[in-house]
Design a protein around this ligand. Structure first.
Ligand code: NAD
Length: 442
């Protein structure tokens, strides 16, 4: 079992993982449904197929990604050949959240294994069915001294965080992200923190309103709004508000029908605690659509709120549920007054045909990533880095960057011996003028 230096071994175990996931796909989909009625379509598209595709891409590229990369040498070192070696960090800890409990546990794990690490994985306790199937698949696939799953809640997490790790990859809330960062600091352990935030969605007067409404409804209500990159609130140009709301309601009804609680395509809230947190956000607000809820079924309808006060609970924290506040703006200052109240978000969405407006917003505001004239989809391109900035996170992953995240990049210069220029050696007398000329020239 030489996972550290044997690329072939890493590849074989990842192939075995692929086989075991494909074999158990139905059970994974069922576990996701049992945990919070995740619709089958969403389970396949955002969890199993996504992981399978990531796994296939990693298996295909692992040999290339792990090779030392030759880079252009510096003339200062002439003659030399220069390389970046990818070295596994060692023993890494991955802590996963509940909202995409399969994907957000497996994708970092795949990258960590591909890069040659030993892995400890802690899935979320709030999705016990998915956690159990993950544990079963991992146990069947890997030797326990290579990858081990630690099921459980905060106590398990805290015990793991008290140990020394070579890398910690955490996905979850900002509050717990800070706990992880503090624990990591004790041993100067490097971290990736994939966190959340309040993601703005700006709709200007040039936007294709109907299409914008359709794409916002999709990105907001997929997984019942429990998506870290879901639009948190909309800021629509004041004159467009009435039409925009009409389109939003049309699109919600088209997607989920009139009896949304009976729709097989709409997930449930993860637990009672979050159900109360979310229903509390609707109270005292002007509900334009939705608002219905059922504690026993952990159901909250897709809900549109009209211009909530910025000091109200719904505008204070990340919503992370099927509630969409609709705010309006007239000037760019109005946008700034809202957006700049919050920490740097994970995502930012702009619906506009006005290129200079779009460019201005992209460069003016700092955020993890985003899409223009759509929501959420930037997540799906493996050639784009995915991660936050400021309070929405540290580091990024996806595609080759995931492999690189779990690798230390070691710089190596191999010096040739056939020439040894005397310039740098003491005594320095009379050499300064010529070395200055060379450094100026380089
Ligand atoms: P969470 O922070 O409550 O939990 C995440 C993990 O941390 C779980 O495994 C949990 O057991 C553990 N944990 C919880 N409390 C802990 C504590 N006090 N000490 C140590 N460990 C603890 O997050 P969540 O509720 O599972 O997920 C929702 C949050 O995650 C949202 O804020 C969302 O935006 C964010 N998120 C971010 C991404 C991303 O990719 N950036 C993806 C999904 C979710």
């Amino acid at each position: 079992m030489d996972y550290k230096s044997d690329i072939g071994y890493r590849k074989e175990t990842l192939k075995k993982l692929l086989h075991n996931i494909q074999k158990n796909e139905d059970l994974i989909i069922k576990a996701l449904y049992d945990d919070f009625k995740k619709p089958e379509f969403e389970a396949v598209v955002t969890e199993t197929s996504y992981v399978i595709s990531d796994l296939k891409n990693t298996i295909k590229n692992i040999t290339t990604w792990s090779k030392p990369k030759r880079v252009f040498p510096s003339l200062l070192n002439f003659p030399s050949s220069d390389y970046i070696y990818k070295e596994p960090y060692g023993h890494v800890l991955i802590i996963a959240p509940w909202n995409y409990p399969f994907q957000l546990a497996l994708c970092p794990l795949i990258a960590a294994v591909a890069a040659g690490n030993r892995v400890a994985l802690k899935p979320s306790e709030l999705t016990p069915h998915t956690s159990a199937i993950i544990a079963k698949i991992i146990e069947k696939t890997f030797h326990i001294n290579h990858v081990e799953v630690f099921e459980g809640g905060v106590e398990v997490s805290n015990k793991l965080l008290a140990q020394r790790w070579d890398y910690i990859f955490f996905t979850g809330s900002v509050a717990v992200g800070k706990i992880v960062a503090k624990a990591a600091a004790e041993n100067l352990t490097p971290v990736t923190l994939e966190l959340g935030g309040k993601n703005p969605c700006i709709v200007d007067e040039t936007a294709d309103l109907k299409l914008a409404a359709k794409r916002i409804v999709w990105g907001k209500f997929i997984n019942a709004g429990q998506t870290c990159i879901a639009p948190d609130y909309v800021l629509v140009q004041k004159n467009m508000k009435v039409n925009f709301i009409t389109y939003l309601i049309e699109e919600i009804l088209k997607a989920y029908g009139k009896k949304i609680d009976k729709s097989p395509d709409f997930a449930r809230i993860i637990n009672t605690k979050n159900w109360f947190r979310l229903t509390n956000m609707i109270q005292n607000e002007n509900v334009l659509f939705g608002g219905e809820s059922d504690a026993n079924k952990l159901y909250i309808a897709p809900t549109l709120l009209e211009e909530p006060d910025l000091k109200s609970p719904v505008m204070k924290e990340e919503i992370f549920g099927p509630i969409l506040p609709i705010l309006t703006y007239e000037t760019e200052n109005d946008i700034e007054n809202v957006v700049s109240r919050y920490e740097k978000p994970l995502s930012f969405y702009i619906f506009s045909e006005n290129n200079s407006f779009t460019k201005k917003l992209i460069t003016k505001y700092s955020f993890g990533g985003g899409s223009v004239n759509d929501t959420v989809i930037h997540f799906s391109n493996k050639r784009l880095p995915f991660g936050g900035v400021g309070h929405s996170g540290i580091g990024a992953y996806h595609g080759q960057l995931s492999f690189d995240t779990f690798s230390h990049h070691k710089a190596i210069v191999k010096k040739g011996n056939w020439l040894d220029l005397p310039m740098r050696y003491a005594p320095y007398k009379d050499k300064l003028a010529s070395i200055r000329r060379i450094l100026d020239w380089l």
